[in-house]
Design a protein around this ligand. Structure first.
Ligand SMILES: NC(=O)c1ccc[n+]([C@@H]2O[C@H](COP(=O)([O-])OP(=O)(O)OC[C@H]3O[C@@H](n4cnc5c(N)ncnc54)[C@H](OP(=O)(O)O)[C@@H]3O)[C@@H](O)[C@H]2O)c1
Length: 345
């Protein structure tokens, strides 16, 4: 992708421009199908704010949507929601951090210049320089303690981890949790939140990430290439999987009595089995489901970040023109924490 045009526009030129750059794709396909395009800057409708996007992540969801790769059994539902032959919104991008550039009629919650971050979700549209979002939606003031990249990295992993650990599992002080895939966006947020809730945290990652896990607060860090967590003769109160490689049957022998499982990347068969277990009150309890997009959760995480209790993990920062490289890394399933695009950088 050519980025000379972006690099030669100053901040002031971008602010006054009626057009903006975006990364777009018309069909499901590889990262090479992404194109840098020019679009009109949208105008905020009543109840909306126009955000000048300073950072947005390339998440596992962006990678899935771009490639048209959905968990087993969920393809039909996903395509009905997102688009049949390609994403309905050609511009991807789940989350954003930036300044309010303008407000639409009747908006009182924000003023131009406010630093904010939030979620656009499956509607996407954040891999660009400006986006309009509802002022009463999942958008919150950015904590001063975080830069733009870190603020954009709060929602995807943070809201998911919070929803599972606090709301679905009710994680308690002193409980032992095993986090599989702890080095990803969701996992790295889960490690920090589980410590915040007072749990004893064991992580499973590849060897290159075990030291990082300890730095983030893990009490024990298993290198998955050296030891299989199922063969360690250990038990946990909660097994939290972000990789989609764990089944309830596999996890059950490693759970304490009354232990729970979270399958964050569950496919349809796993979701149905979790539903049946719940209906018949079978042990272990299995948590699955899609994390909601709630302003209150963003505010909770922002407050934690402001107090130094949560620092979203960012391992790479890319310019808009290099979005394909960021997508390749996201596609690999090996990214560490979050990777971030800087549309106005
Ligand atoms: N339910 C929901 O609402 C919800 C919300 C968000 C995400 N998700 C889903 O959750 C999944 C995880 O998302 P994410 O953003 O955290 O993904 P991610 O950032 O792409 O996760 C990548 C990490 O996973 C690790 N990993 C891969 N295979 C592993 C294995 N077998 N054991 C241990 N670690 C492994 C990799 O570490 P190494 O390279 O070191 O192996 C890498 O650091 C995705 O499938 C996503 O679609 C669901």
């Amino acid at each position: 992708m050519q980025d000379a045009a972006i690099r030669h526009r100053t901040d002031a030129q971008v602010a006054q421009s009626t057009t903006m750059f975006a990364v777009a794709t018309g069909t499901f396909g590889p990262p090479s199908a992404l194109q840098l395009v020019n679009m009109a800057v949208p105008r905020p409708l009543p109840g909306e704010v126009l955000v000048r996007i300073r950072a947005s992540t390339v998440s596992a969801a962006d990678s899935r949507i771009r490639g048209g790769r959905f968990p087993r059994g969920l393809g039909l539902f996903a395509r009905l929601m997102i688009g049949w032959n390609g994403p309905r919104n050609p511009v991807l991008g789940w989350d954003f951090a930036g300044e309010v550039a303008a407000i639409g009629p009747s908006v009182t919650r924000f003023r131009p210049g406010d630093p904010v971050f939030g979620i656009a979700g499956a509607k996407g549209g954040c891999h660009t320089q400006f986006r309009c979002v509802p002022a009463d939606g999942p958008i919150s003031l950015k904590p001063d303690a975080l830069d733009w990249a870190q603020a954009a990295a709060i929602p995807f992993g943070g809201c998911t981890a919070l929803f599972y650990l606090r709301d679905k599992l009710g994680l308690k002080r002193g409980e032992r949790i095993l986090i599989i895939g702890a080095s990803g966006a969701v996992g790295s947020a889960a490690v920090q939140l589980a410590k915040h809730f007072g749990a004893h945290v064991t992580t499973v990652t590849s060897g290159r990430n075990t030291a990082l896990m300890r730095e983030m607060g893990a009490d024990e860090a298993i290198d998955r290439n050296w030891a299989d967590w199922r063969e360690l003769d250990l038990t946990w109160d909660v097994i939290f999987d972000t990789t989609g490689t764990v089944t309830a049957r596999m996890a059950k022998p490693c759970l304490t009595n009354g232990g729970k499982i979270a399958l964050v990347a569950a496919d349809l068969p796993a979701m149905l089995s979790a539903m049946l277990s719940g209906m018949f009150a079978r042990e272990p309890r299995i948590a699955t489901g899609v994390a909601p997009e709630r302003r209150a959760d963003l505010e909770f995480l922002a407050e934690m970040a402001a107090k130094g209790g949560f620092a979203p993990l960012v391992s790479g920062v890319y310019r808009l023109a290099d979005a394909a490289a960021a997508h390749e890394l996201a596609d690999s399933g090996r990214k560490v924490g979050n990777i971030v695009l800087l549309p106005n950088g």
